[in-house]
Ligand binder design. Structure first.
Ligand code: SF4
Length: 405
């Protein structure tokens, strides 16, 4: 076992330590299809390369302006046409009005871990709140420096996990591709301003913020394509730097497998047996553990990318050594190559709550069992303990303070 300096994630893979909210007895429905709520008007980022050329031509501008505009967006991370001095002034206003509606309004920004973790709360068009978290990891003897951004893909979440702040708030709406991408552009702008000393550009993106990314598949896939498209038509990142998490929407995992994008799949498992997982992850009533792990294994086989199995250790609920053995068997029987890596996520101790941190000796026994089965395992370190930690908690507080819906 190693201690990984990467962020803790919530049981869906959501970043930062968890402050579980709900106690049993309150069951919410799983909602895969998000309500139709006001999305922002179509943004330049939402257009295909061809549509961008058509857009400028429709404005009476020469086609090369499309590339120029995309350079401002994806290379210089600047979404305000008024700053683009290489565009005639009259044209800037026209472009702004047609294709650059406001996407994200910063509500608050908090930092901790000596300024290397920055959490931003955003208000979307229509008032919903989402958050993104930037984490810079300086180089060590074994690892080069990296800067990871954890992004949201939905306002709220329809998966109704009983321990999760976001899940208990329900789904508000899917985010548009442009809103998803804009979180990365904003982070790169922040990094360019020197706000996080020593950090370069965003090197890794994890879809582990608010929402279930696979429930907003079309927009998430388009965002992934924008992240990996070469500049100036996209951000030009490596697909290997992208991680997409899911509680297990199997048809979407299968669809992603077919896309041929070598991103990392993170499966928020949290229990290796249906009996317990039905309770922890309501979506499991529809998509069972065996079928989920088969789909994950197929993803690993097809893409050659090791799947990350996320497992939040909850005291006396899922942290028994016996369960570790069941998990190990589930992984090993699908192949003895290391197709899966288990990320154990320690919960924050929450005295009196049903959902609280495992005893250290139980955590150690769980790890030792997996290691005996030769399953690669990591216990995640936590980031952001000083700021609101639970997924959706910052957004929930923003709502309470009247800054969002
Ligand atoms: S309710 Fe949604 S955000 Fe919360 S843990 Fe479940 S899938 Fe993740």
């Amino acid at each position: 076992m190693t201690t990984d300096p990467r962020p803790a994630t919530s049981p869906s893979g959501l970043v930062l330590p968890i402050t579980p909210l709900a106690e049993p007895g309150k069951e919410m429905p799983v909602v895969v299809r998000s309500p139709r709520r006001t999305k922002p008007p179509k943004h330049w980022i939402d257009l295909s390369i061809e549509e961008r050329v058509d857009a400028v031509k429709e404005m009476g501008l020469p086609g090369f302006r499309a590339k120029q505009i995309s350079e401002h967006v994806f290379v210089h991370h600047d979404l305000d046409p008024q700053n683009w001095t290489d565009l005639p002034k009259a044209v800037r206003g026209q472009v702004a009005e047609a294709w650059f509606p406001e996407l994200l309004t910063e509500v608050s920004r908090q930092s901790c871990d000596n300024g290397t973790t920055v959490k931003t709360l955003w208000r979307l068009h229509g008032g919903s709140l989402v958050e993104s978290v930037l984490m810079h990891y300086p180089a060590t003897r074994h690892n080069s420096a990296r800067t990871t951004l954890c992004i949201s893909s939905q306002a709220g979440c329809g998966m109704a996990c009983p321990f999760c702040a976001t899940g208990q708030g329900g789904i508000q709406r899917n985010m548009a591709t442009s809103e998803i991408v804009a979180q990365v552009l904003a982070a790169d702008r922040l990094l360019e301003s020197g706000a996080v000393p020593g950090a370069g550009r965003v090197s890794n993106i994890v879809f582990m913020g608010m929402g279930e990314p696979m429930a907003n598949y079309k927009a998430v896939l388009a965002a992934m394509r924008t992240f990996i498209a070469p500049a100036p038509h996209g951000i030009g990142m490596s697909a290997r730097g992208i991680t997409i998490s899911t509680v297990g929407l199997i048809p979407r995992i299968k669809a992603l497998t077919e896309e041929g994008i070598p991103a990392t799949l993170a499966v928020s498992l949290h229990a290796p047996d249906d009996e317990l997982r039905d309770e922890l992850i309501p979506a499991n009533k529809r998509w069972k553990v065996d079928a989920l792990l088969d789909a994950a294994w197929e993803y690993a086989r097809t893409t050659g990318r090791r799947v990350s199995i996320e497992y939040a250790l909850m005291r006396d609920i899922n942290d028994q050594a016996d369960r570790a053995a069941v998990l190990a068997r589930q992984i090993r029987r699908r192949g003895d190559w290391t197709w899966a890596h288990v990320n154990l996520i320690p919960l924050n101790p929450t005295p009196g709550s049903r959902w609280t941190a495992s005893r250290p000796e139980d955590q150690d026994a769980f790890v030792a069992t997996l290691e005996r089965w030769k399953i690669p395992v990591t216990v995640r370190d936590t980031r952001g303990k000083e700021i609101d930690g639970a997924c959706g908690q910052l957004a929930a507080r923003g709502r309470a303070e009247g800054v969002g819906v």
